[in-house]
Design a protein around this ligand. Structure first.
Ligand code: IPM
Ligand code: MG
Length: 370
């Protein structure tokens, strides 16, 4: 069994306490299934800034580049509100995405049956929901240049962000979306703002061309991104795979996350292109939620999104499909039993801590795989 090299970046806020629950599962898999996880830890975000004066050090970037997969907790918090923009905690996350060339961000939104009552929407709207947002992650307004604030005199400043997409970037992200749709319900909805943005015009054109050239078996629709947001809360089950740019994907995935009952439930995978020789993709796995500084350190955070991100790692980086299925099934079983952290707790359910939730999921994993 070759070693499976994992670089663990717990980060800030609830990152350390939620990643600790994944470590429990990895330790058990190593001991009982000889899974061969070799885990090394590093610093990112505010934790890295406090130690190295950077949101991620060059040495840790090297380790991230050398690993088979990066497991990422969360970054940020009020403690670092005043650090220089280039060194803010989020810069560490953005550097990892950019330097690892993780252009494809997969954000599934699944509503577990046991949680259909926790959503702010009607039960019939969200029950059984299973959609996948494919967000472009290394382009667009996040990284476009110029990105500046300049003094233009008379007490005025001008801020510029640049939204930019090249054909190849749209081709490769839509290819990922079409491929994934084939493994699901075979439908892709592409979202942009072609009515206002040139990048939206090109996006629409290239997605259509890619579809025609290689994926005409997949059903493709286009929607303006604002209408897409509206449709996501009106009737989300109309969607299978949504493909969209970096900024729209950021916003629409938070909307989709909340449909499922809690932001604490959603995992994500960020993937690079397959290596020409080995076929392996660089990859990073992280929950969609942030560092939640308001509840950090209290042991009440929901570790499910982090554990589900680990399941995505098993599936996409290590082809450990049975194990990935078992972890996902374990989460569903725990929820079926009425075990809940505070964010998803409802009257009559058993309220547990972060560690108790982790233990409950581990016990189910052990029962399924042991
Ligand atoms: C996300 C987050 C990040 C983003 C922040 C923390 C930079 O909101 O992963 O969705 O905007 O991409
Ligand atoms: Mg976001």
């Amino acid at each position: 069994m070759p070693a499976r090299k994992i670089f663990l970046l717990p980060g800030d806020g609830i990152g350390p306490e939620t990643t600790a629950e994944v470590t429990k599962i990895m330790d058990w898999m190593n001991a009982s299934l000889s899974s061969g996880f070799e885990v090394e830890s590093g610093l990112v975000g505010g934790a890295a800034y406090d130690e190295h004066g950077e949101a991620v050090s060059d040495a840790d970037m090297e380790k991230a580049l050398a690993a088979d997969a990066v497991l990422f907790g969360a970054v940020g918090g009020p403690k670092w509100d005043d650090v220089p923009y280039e060194k803010r905690p989020e810069a560490g996350l953005l550097r990892l995405r950019k330097d690892l060339a993780l252009f494809a961000n997969l954000r599934p939104a699944i509503c577990y049956p046991a949680l259909a009552d926790s959503s702010s929407l009607r039960k019939d709207v969200v029950e059984g929901l299973d959609i996948l947002i494919v967000r472009e992650l290394t382009g667009g307004v996040y990284f476009g240049e110029p990105k500046t604030i300049t003094d233009i005199g008379n007490g005025q400043k001008r801020a510029i962000d640049t939204q930019v997409y090249d054909t190849y970037e749209i081709e490769r992200i839509s290819g990922v979306a079409f491929e994934l749709a084939r493994t699901r319900s075979n439908r892709v909805c592409s979202m942009e703002k072609r009515n206002v943005m040139k990048s939206g015009v090109l996006w629409n054109e290239v997605v259509s061309q890619t579809h025609k050239a290689n994926y005409s078996d997949v059903e493709l629709t286009h929607m303006l991104a604002d209408a897409g947001g509206m449709q996501l809360v009106r009737w989300p089950k109309q969607f299978d795979v949504i493909v969209t740019d970096n900024l729209f994907g950021d916003m629409l995935s938070d909307v989709a996350a909340m449909l499922t009952g809690s932001l604490g439930m959603l995992p994500s995978a960020s993937l690079g292109a397959p290596d020409g020789v080995t076929g392996k993709r660089k990859a990073m796995y992280e929950p969609v939620h942030g560092s939640a500084p308001d509840i950090a350190g209290q042991g009440i955070a929901n570790p499910i999104a982090m554990i589900a991100s680990f399941a995505m790692m098993l599936r996409y980086s290590f082809e450990m499909i049975d194990e990935a299925n078992a972890v996902e099934k374990a989460i569903a079983n725990v929820l079926d039993k009425g075990i809940r952290t505070g964010d998803i707790w409802t009257e009559g359910a058993q309220k547990v801590s972060t560690a108790e939730m982790g233990d409950a999921v581990l016990a189910e994993v052990q029962a399924l795989l042991g």
